[in-house]
Design a protein around this ligand. Structure first.
Ligand SMILES: [Zn+2]
Length: 309
């Protein structure tokens, strides 16, 4: 690494909207969650938090030393750019956000400013070049780690909603329906529909029982529910990730939330559901995985028939 490198940047695509991502990267109090060096960070004056001109202080910790730096925000444009300058004039750091087809391209940039070079010369004398090279190495090393951590944090917050308190018992109705189908010699996939935490319909795959190729678990549960004025206040529970047909029905009926037992033995169309604004909770329930894996193992031809393979 030569000390002549004065700026650097790297990018990552994050699967969340730019506004969502901006809210994360502009909250300097969260810096400790993704920075390899800065362990905690706070606004010097809460009343100007997040605004251009505001100052914040970061506590940096390395094995050999601990120090604080103060920085000033120089760009704060929601959904587009958040940047700050260490010491107000020494080193510029920034995030720029660019909407992409599947989310947002997040770029982190770093630039040693001329005044920073002068300051290091005055502070470290003959050792300045080595000190600058050290900071440069930390920046180049840290940027990809920071970007990867932010991607993980943003996508897990946006892409993995948690089950709520009513889900466990409502999901049980879907699981019991799958077990019933299995006991009848059918395909063990069950579904249930709930409103306000109360299950009002359930069903299971009926390919074998009724010779009905369209009667997937979700379709059977919807048929059992009969005519509904609206589905916008419902949650659909299914033991297995919905196929393209059931996904289409969920979108068509405007069901806003789907709780899936597992998506390991069949990954279905979860991304399509998410892309249409449906909240998808994946429980990754071991019982469901075991049930489907055993069935697919014992009846490969029946399983292939159900998913049109
Ligand atoms: Zn289906």
């Amino acid at each position: 690494m030569t000390p002549s490198i004065r700026q650097h940047q790297d990018s990552v695509t994050v699967n969340v909207p730019a506004e969502t991502l901006y809210a994360i990267v502009s909250d300097v109090t969260r810096t400790g969650e993704w920075s390899p060096i800065c362990t905690s960070c706070w606004w010097d004056d809460e009343s100007s938090a997040g605004q251009v001109g505001a100052w914040f202080t970061g506590l940096n910790e390395l094995p050999e030393r601990t120090w604080e730096t103060r920085s000033q925000v120089v760009a704060a444009e929601p959904g587009r750019e958040f940047a700050w300058v260490v010491g107000g004039k020494y080193v510029r750091w920034g995030f720029t956000l660019t909407p992409a087809s599947t989310g947002t391209v997040l770029t982190e940039s770093w630039e040693f400013l001329p005044e920073g070079i002068v300051m290091f010369g005055e502070k470290y004398g003959a050792d300045a070049d080595a000190q600058i090279a050290d900071r440069t190495r930390q920046a180049l090393d840290g940027i990809p780690k920071t970007l990867a951590a932010i991607k993980r944090i943003a996508e897990s917050a946006a892409g993995a909603p948690e089950p709520d308190s009513a889900d466990a018992s409502a999901f049980e109705a879907a699981y019991q329906a799958a077990q019933k189908s299995l006991a009848e010699g059918g395909i063990p996939i069950g579904a249930a529909i709930a409103r306000g935490g109360e299950v009002f319909a359930s069903g299971h795959n009926e390919r074998v029982q009724n010779g009905d190729p369209i009667a997937h678990g979700e379709m059977s549960a919807l048929r059992a529910a009969g005519r509904q004025k609206t589905y916008r206040d419902t949650t659909l529970y299914t033991t297995l990730a919905p196929c393209a047909m059931c996904t289409g029905t969920i979108i068509q009926f405007k069901i806003p939330r789907v709780v899936v037992g597992e998506a390991r033995t069949f990954d279905g169309e979860l991304d399509l559901l998410r892309s249409r604004g449906v909240e998808v909770v994946v429980l990754d329930d071991e019982r469901c995985v075991d049930m489907m894996a055993a069935f697919q193992d014992e009846h490969p031809e029946l399983w292939a028939e159900d998913i049109a393979e």
